[in-house]
Design a protein around this ligand. Structure first.
Ligand code: UDP
Length: 411
């Protein structure tokens, strides 16, 4: 937990915080349990780290549980992730049974807590079957999907749909992702915590220390992509863009990533990235520990342009983080990146390494444009993607789920 509500007031204004308190009064004392499959790494864990303590501060009895899984379980759920984002993957029956069994085992020690909760929020497919293993549930169960499901591989989605259709509601990041469901669907794009170690202001000496730590040249422009080593983030495409742009302008590239504990493919992609980087001493491939938040923060401040050249992206918190630091973003024209990178205003949307290279060259040549886009980017995040907006929407949704059949809801 990085800040209290009063500290956020200094950034977003007192009114916004007052509004949150007013909404939360209708939910005081409610027991809310969030469940996902990793405590560190990736956007979901990032959000739960602040969401749960802030709900507590608002008077809700909120907690966060992480399910355990073995290697085949995470292999299976990674295949779900790939399939939901459009890859045609066939998942053997044995892995699917293992996935269900693993949830059954987790339900054994979570059951009491989950069945007695007023709200259970299940994040992504990993813990989705828990619902079926809690037959005496008393509260409302909400499935929160963080993945880009705009064009899922149908056979896998059909299987997962069986596990999620029984929920009382579902939340999706974007309208394009929301799949038809027999329950109410809510759209809530994610957001960031401006006071976290990842996003707060840093003293200049600390930023410079990170520059020296990784041997980055202060004289030459730099582009940075922070991401798990995942093919959907297209790190190899970023290297191609860098190589194309560097023919015309001096440049350094930082590709920094760590591994989420629920992502077994990372090592393979990391090896591909190393190979593509061809021992170029201006390509810095950094494997960061999961808690290197201040390092990520500093890299996002050191860069001239932030890159997030994903080919699929649920939302792209790294985009929000860089924009909050006043950086224009060159982002893949996909998923949640489109919600944040407003073409020609907060950055550029691109579809190919060639397109990315062209925009890199353009922005490095037109520094005034680069700065203006950076200013707009920060303002855009202030207005749309800070945690207070997210919290407001969550509280409103919870009230709506509780009162859905009532004609009048008194707040
Ligand atoms: N992240 C990090 N260290 C890394 C790579 C990523 O702390 O080495 C963080 C990143 O700053 C962001 C989150 O992990 O907060 C990634 O979220 P995003 O939505 O961009 O992608 P996801 O990993 O959820 O697909």
């Amino acid at each position: 937990m990085s800040g209290t509500l009063n500290e956020y007031a200094a950034i977003v204004g007192e009114d916004v915080i007052g509004h949150l308190r007013q909404l939360a009064r209708g939910l005081e004392g409610c027991k809310v349990v969030h469940v996902n499959s990793t405590r560190e790494g990736g956007g979901v864990a990032e959000i739960l780290h602040w969401l749960v303590p802030l709900k507590r501060e608002l008077g809700l009895d909120a907690s966060w549980e992480v399910i355990m899984g073995d290697e085949p379980f995470f292999h299976c759920t990674k295949s779900f992730h790939n399939a939901l984002q459009g890859q045609s993957v066939s998942i053997p029956e044995s892995l699917l049974r293992g996935y269900e069994d693993c949830n059954r085992k987790n339900a054994e020690h979570l059951r009491e807590q989950l069945e007695s909760a007023d709200f259970v929020v299940i994040h992504d497919p990993q813990p989705a079957p828990l619902l079926n293993f809690c037959p005496n549930r008393k509260g409302k169960w909400i499935w929160r999907c963080h993945v880009d499901v705009s064009r899922p591989y149908r056979p896998v989605w059909k299987y997962l749909r069986e596990h999620v259709q029984g929920y009382d509601a579902s939340i999706w990041s974007l309208a394009e992702f929301a799949q038809p469901m027999p329950h109410p669907i809510y759209l809530i794009p994610p957001s960031i915590d401006p006071l976290s170690e990842k996003n707060r202001e840093l003293p200049q000496f600390e930023v410079e220390a990170v520059r020296s730590q990784f041997g980055l040249d202060p004289q030459r422009p730099m582009i940075v992509q922070i991401s798990r080593f995942d093919r959907f983030k297209d790190p190899v495409g970023v290297i191609r863009a860098y190589k194309l742009a560097r023919k015309f302008t001096p440049l350094q590239l930082v590709l920094a990533g760590g591994g989420a504990t629920d992502d077994p493919e990372g090592a393979k992609v990391y090896a591909e990235v190393r190979e593509a980087s061809d021992n170029d001493s201006d390509i810095h491939v950094l494997l960061l520990p999961n808690d290197a938040h201040r390092t990520v923060n500093a890299l996002q401040r050191l860069t001239d342009i932030a890159v997030q050249k994903s080919v699929r992206e649920g939302f792209g918190l790294t985009v929000t983080e860089a924009m909050w630091k006043g950086r224009a973003v060159i982002g893949g024209d996909t998923g949640g990146i489109r919600l944040q990178v407003i073409n020609h205003h907060t950055g550029f949307l691109v579809n190919t390494p060639e397109g990315a290279a062209l925009r890199i060259r353009y922005l490095l040549k037109h520094r005034d444009q680069l700065e203006m886009m950076g200013r707009k980017a920060r303002q855009f995040v202030l207005e749309n993607f800070l945690l207070t907006r997210y919290l407001r929407e969550y509280l409103t949704l919870m009230l709506a789920v509780v009162h859905q059949t009532m004609d009048r809801i008194e707040l």
